[in-house]
Design a protein around this ligand. Sequence first.
Ligand code: X90
Length: 279
Amino acid sequence: MNINKVKIIADSSSDMVAFDKVTFHSAPLKIITANKEYTDNIDLDVEGMVNDLLKYSGKSSTACPSPDDWLSAFGDAEYIFCVTITSNLSGSYNSACTAQRLYEEQYPDRHVYVVDSLSTGPEMQLIVEKIATLINDGKDFNEVCEDIVTYCKNTSLLFMLESMKNLANNGRVSPLVAKAAGLLGIRVVGKASDQGTLEVIEKCRGAKRALPSLIENMQKLGYADGKVIINHCLNLEAAEKLKALIIEKFGNVNVTIGECRGLCSFYAEKGGLLIGFEH
Ligand code: X90
């Protein structure tokens, strides 16, 4: 593949606004309230949105990119890799597949591959980075597609949430599950299941218990020494504590800390942590 003809596109739930290894584009989701519509792009003031939402008690929802949004992101690239949020919680994957069909019909010599991450946030970032590495290693289109399927089997996503209100209000978890997260001081630790849904593992009393629980669950999922990405919603303190615990437990491994952008901030809410890792 000629590197100049390749493009990677992730929807904005990947928390990535830019990427310098391969031409990259983010397809924004939207966060919608009765007063305002937030587009999850590089210009979004994420902290401002989170604080607006804390004061707001009306209805709010989100919308994924349409097939047209994906198509316009394709531009005129010859080899396109799309990475989407889990198809079990969003229509983004379906939109990307529709765009793929239209694009390949119109340009039979061009190639599109759509990866359903069955996850979101930092696990999507790991997938994007892996695609770029495979391309830079000189792999051809089909090899990249095959290798990425294998790679996704060896990555996971854990999370810690202080509130699941927006997830419950938008039908992404049952109200019963969300109730526990609403209790004062309770942190819910969970993971993206193999089907790409939210799976609650433990309801912890306070961050003091939640962070060690995340470490235990990383180990249970087979973590040894792979890459780790921690994205936080206005909670750098917890992200840094978790990073220190990871290094204490697993040695001097590669852990990077980033910030949730709009979509993940809306659902993970203030204080939330998402941890993507290789195992
Ligand atoms: O299409 C849309 O409107 C987007 C809907 C997204 C719904 C879920 C987003 C979850 C974001 C919350 C914690 C991590 C959960 C991982 C589950 C796979 C982050």
